[in-house]
Write a protein that binds this ligand. Structure first.
Ligand code: URA
Length: 232
């Protein structure tokens, strides 16, 4: 009984996170039409991903890791794939790499209430291995749909898997990082920047200086686009 209730509660928490329940505590008027349209599309995408068939990643995973953050954010970040903490909690970037990502975002006054985060693949690759080319290809149409729905002005690719999934494998991350590209992904026109993955930065802290350069470029772009970042 207790176990059943705690499963219900954890599902409810996930659902509230998914619909970005923060709006409940917000005084601002809500554009219900726009919000509900986006949420409906996200719900459809969520259910398409949860119904994916014959996927080895799904078979070995505990949870679908869909996204975190604000669906109305102008900044979207894409990581590689869930690790074991993410798989347990059903949310992206909640482990040590996620803690570093939160600090990086905070350094330019961003947080999960004003960015949106997802991954190239939505189920945990076993032993935290990199997703295979086949797996990346399989999840790519879902990722494009996800980007189309969020329609970010700024898209941040974290690490080489996200770089390869979106831009292709002609570029290596050390060369591609810190440069803006205007891209059309599906029907979304967006400014894309690539930076190092926080897990890589934990292994190679001397590279953090480059990540800082990229973060400052993102901050500058926010100003250029006149994107207001809400403090709350
Ligand atoms: N690394 C990722 O790429 N994504 C996560 O969600 C967690 C760690």
């Amino acid at each position: 009984m207790i176990k059943k209730n705690s499963i219900k509660i954890s599902k409810l928490i996930k659902y509230y996170n998914f619909i970005n329940h923060n709006f409940m505590y917000d005084n601002k008027p809500i554009n219900r039409y726009k919000n509900s349209d986006k949420l409906l599309k996200l719900k459809k995408l969520y259910s398409a991903l949860s119904n994916i068939k014959n996927c080895e990643l799904k078979k070995s995973a505990t949870n679908l890791v869909f996204s975190d953050g604000n669906p109305n954010a102008k900044v979207m970040l894409i990581g590689e794939g869930p690790g074991s903490n993410e798989d347990k909690e059903g949310l992206p970037f909640v482990g040590r790499a996620g803690q570093l990502l939160d600090k990086m975002l905070l350094s330019i006054k961003l947080n999960r209430r004003n960015v949106y985060i997802t991954n190239v693949v939505n189920y945990r690759p076993p032993q935290n291995r990199r997703p295979t080319e086949i797996e990346i290809k399989r999840y790519y149409p879902f990722l494009v749909k996800h980007i189309e729905i969020i329609n970010p002005k700024i898209l941040v690719l974290l690490g080489s898997t996200a770089l390869n999934a979106i831009i292709g494998d002609s570029e290596v991350i050390s060369k591609a990082r810190g440069k803006w590209k205007k891209l059309k992904i599906g029907n979304c026109n967006t400014d894309v920047i690539c930076s190092f993955h926080p897990a890589f930065l934990m292994r190679q802290p001397e590279q953090k200086k480059y990540a800082w350069v990229d973060l400052k470029m993102i901050k500058k772009k926010l100003l250029e686009f006149n994107i207001k970042i809400e403090k709350k």
